[in-house]
Ligand binder design. Structure first.
Ligand SMILES: Cc1cc2nc3c(=O)[nH]c(=O)nc-3n(C[C@H](O)[C@H](O)[C@H](O)COP(=O)(O)OP(=O)(O)OC[C@H]3O[C@@H](n4cnc5c(N)ncnc54)[C@H](O)[C@@H]3O)c2cc1C
Length: 501
């Protein structure tokens, strides 16, 4: 037994645990973080994934949008993200739809090539202008106690947008606004990342919202130095504020009563505190407390990290430095996404996997050593959609091989040379691999299903981080308004706990 009683124990050293810890320590609380792994960071770690190569990759999460500037400022994080000038590139036949971050002539010309009437381009601009306005109004509420559905609707005061983003399936609005299957698919992908759902299920709306509301702009930026740079800064501010961090300390049990909380680690160490914050997923917390585990969707993505000797050329002839600088979509038309969802629901591994990729080093080469940079190496992050954990249950190794082959052939359909020819090193992670590495239940990248960012009318006031035990709070992605690299649940759990004192 540690002879010190802490004010707060935090289970898990993901970025949210670090955010919560620092807010609490700055408020004068004694805090210890117990992390199961030898590395801090959870899904935000950067690692040298490829032995022999000086490449420091964001192993899991790779782009940042949801982290509010307020948290960066409050905690004094010296950390920067850079914009990607290219938003996306989606090849079709021997052409491709190119979209800049800001609407420009090149984007306009590309939309016109797809749809000479100009309607599709106009629909795109109108739709995203409306969504941007909504994002701007909702973002500041994410760091406040939860509003009720009616309060939030009144505060945002965009009834038409509220209706299609919150109340009706987003698939209906996408079909109403756009004609091209390809364009519809590009829009839809934001509703499906890490979420195994149909375009016609409200779960897709929630995922869409989280991908479009970050920091009031929804822009996805590249963390300079990779996600590990954020973790490094969070560790710095936490330890400077007095937080104790213990790695290789997997929590095995939690006991809470009137006197306080006691946790025990696998190696038998015991810690006591007045409060406990769980950065581990709600299912993990429930198990540690001996409670029934809440239900949640399977994680549903393949994550492939690739080191390239050079960028592959494309059939469409576009400069690969443009095609891969933003999100590169392959086989992600609306109908392909819906069909793949149906197939995967029936137990079939996607034959032509919908994938998206992006090249970190085109925006931020600093994650590669000088020698690799000079030799023209690049990194590529590939995300395969609609590959739920259930498809890997019977034989993870065999299913990984099949899924990997499907992902590569999907990409190769649009390349002038097989990607295999330029791969220097690669790692492939299924949802089950991710669960094993960092305890994301069934590989769900958001810990559990994302939830709408409000509470229902006539429910008790809350921050969306509370549990049935007043000493225990959720400070990780599994809280309401959690999910993604945001620090929001970390902030909110700290505020909820402090408001109890
Ligand atoms: C492949 C992948 C790609 C993603 N891409 C993006 C992206 O580009 N942008 C984005 O915003 N989000 C992305 N996400 C989602 C995002 O990374 C996560 O939602 C977020 O990082 C979760 O942060 P967290 O701090 O709440 O939890 P985690 O990062 O999951 O940290 C929880 C920590 O708790 C520890 N832990 C668990 N159980 C115990 C225990 N019993 N004892 C002690 N410690 C324990 C774990 O080891 C882990 O370190 C991605 C996630 C994945 C997996």
């Amino acid at each position: 037994m540690s002879n010190k009683k802490y004010d707060v124990i935090i289970i898990g050293g993901g970025h949210n645990g670090l955010v919560a810890a620092t807010y609490l320590a700055k408020a004068g609380k004694s805090v210890v973080i117990l992390e199961a792994n030898p590395e801090i960071g959870g899904a935000t770690q950067s690692v040298k994934a490829f032995p022999g190569f000086d490449a420091h990759l964001s192993r899991y999460s790779y782009l940042i949008s949801l982290l509010p500037d307020k948290i960066v400022t409050d905690l004094g994080l010296s950390f920067t993200c850079v914009s990607r000038e290219v938003s996306s590139y989606t090849p079709y036949g021997d052409k491709g739809l190119y979209v800049s971050r800001k609407w420009d002539e090149k984007t306009s010309a590309s939309f016109n090539e797809l749809d000479p009437t100009g309607q599709e381009g106009q629909a795109w601009q109108d739709f995203y202008a409306e969504v941007a306005e909504f994002a701007q109004r909702i973002a500041p509420t994410l760091l406040e106690p939860l509003k009720t559905r009616s309060e939030l609707m009144a505060e945002i005061n965009l009834p038409k947008v509220w209706e299609y983003l919150i109340e009706n399936p987003i698939g209906n609005e996408i079909n109403k606004r756009f004609n091209s299957d390809l364009v519809k698919g590009v829009v839809l992908t934001d509703a499906l990342i890490g979420t195994f759902t149909s375009a016609y299920d409200i779960q897709a709306n929630i995922c869409f919202l989280y991908h479009l509301m970050g920091n009031g702009t929804g822009e996805w930026k590249v963390p300079v130095g990779g996600m590990g740079a954020l973790v490094k800064e969070l560790i710095r501010v936490a330890t400077e504020s007095g937080v104790e961090i213990k790695v290789n300390s997997k929590v095995n049990s939690i006991l809470s009563d009137d006197a306080g909380v006691t946790v025990e680690t696998l190696s038998g160490d015991k810690y006591e505190s007045d409060y406990l914050l769980s950065n581990a997923a709600p299912q993990v917390l429930a198990k540690l407390r001996g409670k029934p585990q809440p239900e949640s969707l399977d994680g549903s993505q393949m994550k492939i990290n690739i080191l390239l000797k050079s960028l592959p050329k494309l059939k469409s002839g576009i400069d690969p430095r443009l095609a891969f600088a933003g999100t590169f979509h392959a086989n992600e038309s609306f109908s392909q996404l819906e069909q793949t969802f149906e197939d995967a629901s029936a137990g079939l591994m996607p034959a032509n996997m919908p994938v998206e990729m992006y090249c970190h080093t085109l925006s931020d080469p600093s994650i590669l050593g000088k020698d690799l940079q000079e030799a023209g190496y690049h990194t590529l992050t590939l995300f395969g959609l609609h590959t739920p954990a259930s498809l890997f249950d019977a034989d993870n190794d065999a299913a990984r091989e099949v899924a990997f082959a499907s992902a590569l052939s999907s990409v190769n359909e649009y390349l002038a040379e097989p990607i295999q020819d330029v791969i220097a090193a690669i790692e492939v992670k299924t949802p089950l691999d991710i669960e094993e590495a960092i305890a994301l239940p069934r590989g769900n990248i958001f810990h559990k299903d994302l939830s709408m960012p409000f509470r229902e009318d006539e429910t008790d006031p809350s921050w969306g981080v509370e549990t049935d035990d007043p000493r225990i709070f959720i400070c990780g992605a599994g809280a309401m308004r959690g999910g993604g690299v945001s620090g929001i649940p970390g902030h909110n759990a700290a505020m909820a706990m402090l408001s109890n004192n």
